[in-house]
Design a binder for this molecule. Structure first.
Ligand code: DQA
Length: 150
């Protein structure tokens, strides 16, 4: 079996605005800095990352439709869509790849509506409240998932 190490890191709505959002919740890194950090975590773990971000729900759905065969696992922070987008949930299910859900903030400790995730049960793990470090954990979780399935 070939070496499966391709991870698609997907950021949903408003995550491109990091750096302008509340640093107490989301940290002070800009979106570019966040991606740079994720890239270096991936290098340490011998994983190849590709990034996708959109503020358009249909664009994220269509992107998920394209991923089969192009990537081995997904790290996804859908932003506010986490809490209500059944369309993104269905698209994630269709794509059928192992996925890890990540949130920078501790969504369980915030407003009631953020405690619901419509994708959680499709994901092999949910990592929340660890800021950018949560992405390192998510990448490591993808790696162990791919190794276990090899
Ligand atoms: C978020 C949490 C969501 O509730 C929020 O809408 C976001 C970011 C996080 O990373 O903590 O946009 O997904």
């Amino acid at each position: 079996m070939s070496h499966r190490n391709r991870i698609e890191v997907i950021h949903g709505v408003n995550l491109d605005q990091l750096g302008r959002r509340d640093p107490e919740l989301y940290g002070a890194l800009t979106f570019d800095e966040l991606q740079f950090r994720i890239e270096s975590y991936a290098n340490d773990l011998d994983l190849q990352v590709r990034f996708f971000q959109t503020n358009h729900e249909g664009a994220l759905v269509e992107h998920l439709h394209t991923l089969e065969g192009l990537t081995d696992a997904i790290v996804i922070n859908p932003g506010a869509w986490t809490h209500y987008s059944w369309a993104i949930r269905d698209a994630l299910e269709i794509c059928g790849l192992p996925a890890v859900e990540v949130h920078l903030s501790d969504v369980q400790a915030r407003e009631e509506f953020r405690r619901v995730s419509v994708i959680a049960d499709l994901c092999v793990a949910t990592i929340k409240g660890k800021g950018v470090e949560g992405y390192r954990d998510a990448l490591a979780r993808c790696k162990s998932e791919l190794e276990a399935a090899a």
